[in-house]
Each structure stands twice: as C-alpha cells, then as structure tokens.
Design a protein. Sequence first.
Length: 262
Amino acid sequence: MAEQTIYFDDGAAYEQMMGIWSRFAGEIFLDWLAPPAGLRWIDIGCGNGAFTELLVERCSPAEVQGIDPSAEQLAFARTRPAARVAKFRQGDAMALPFADGSFDAAVMALVLVFVPDPAKGVSEMVRVIVPGGAVMTYMWDMLGGGFPLDPIYDAIKAMGLAATRPPRMDASRMGTLRELWTGAGLEDVQTREIAVQRTFSGFDDFWATSLKSPALRPAVAAMKPTDVETLISQVRARLPADADGRITCNARAHAIKGRRPK
C-alpha cells in the first residue's frame, strides 16, 4: 500500500475516529506506568489532545507541553478541559523547541510510525528530559493486525487496491521499539502489550466513524462505486454483529518505557 504523508486536519473527526480508541489504550498505558504526581510532561504528537487530557485528569502534572505539527488538531486540543493545565504549540518531533533537560517525562501516544526518522524522534525525547527521567510510547501493532482500522485496510488490500499508510510502520514492532530505546541509551527498558475493544451500535456506525480517517477517506472516495459496494460487503463479513446488531472491534498496541541514565 502507498506510504505517503497523512495530515490530520480535523480535531473533531479525529476524536470520533481515533481519540476514543486512544483513550481506551491510554488508560491501560497509564495504569502500567503508574507515574508519580507533580511531573513536568511533554506529550509529543499530542494531536487533538486525547492523551493529554488523560495526563491532566490522572497524573496531577506540574506542567504539560503538547507538541504537534497540525494547527487544526491543536485548535481542538485547546478547547479541552486539559487546556487549563496543558499548553499546546506547533512543533516537530525530530526538533523539539525546548532546551535540554526541560521535562521529567516524555511520551508519544500513537505517534512513532508517523515520525520519518523514529530514532531521531526518540533521541529528542531523551534530550529534553532530565537524567533519571522517563521516555515512553504506545503504538498500535501496525504490522501484526493490531490497528483498529485493519478490517478495512485488509479488505482493500485483498481487492488489490491501495490506501495510504504511515511512513514507518516498522517502528510499531515490539522488537524495533526495544532496539530504539536501548539504542538511545535508555535503561530499565520494559515493554507490554495493550489489548482493547470498542463497540459500535452497528456496521453503519463503524463505517461512518472509520471513514473519518484522513488516510481512508480519500482512498474510498477515489474508488469506483462498484468497488465501494464490494469493499463494504467484505468489511461487513469480517465484522459479525451480535444479536442487537452491535459490532465489537479489537485492537492491540505495543508499549515501552525506559529511563535516561543519571
């Protein structure tokens, strides 16, 4: 499938399509991290602030800086209750606009596969935290069937068609994450898998929500009407409904954490 730039330009649509998924996974991620209160956080690739909201709600941070390249996503983030604590600004994950040692904890939530040079992104996370600080991420298992939109992507692929994918899906592999973290000199590196489910009221709810993806929407829009009908039929067959017509989808993320040496 094509690997091109995916630009997230609608914070409200992202919230419905992926923000809810992110929160489900983020809750488990934070349970695993169990961070102390009062830390200075940087949330890199914060998007519309879905995970940032969790940080503010659950971690009693002293400071949160959210960084993202999308002005539209950041505008949505600033409407969240988290904005009473968190500050949001445009920035590049590979060139963070902060001095060395500015934070106690650096996190990326569902971001690393979008960073053109993941190793550079991790090194920037390490640079901006203090010695002893934590560097963490969770990312859908993009190559192992863990992405929430895989039922559609798999059907598109089976039809011999193409849809845009993130540029560095290999960075979602658990082995690759471990190599990135140890390669950046981080210590006490630990990993875990995060499994989540989301229930939709029916197929139409799943389809309409999924088509808010800035990668899938143009791909489906470019298809012939007969191909769209075939795609819908194939995706529907992959997602059996319960007795009430509801559809439950599964997703899986890989998480990793490590500490900068003191």
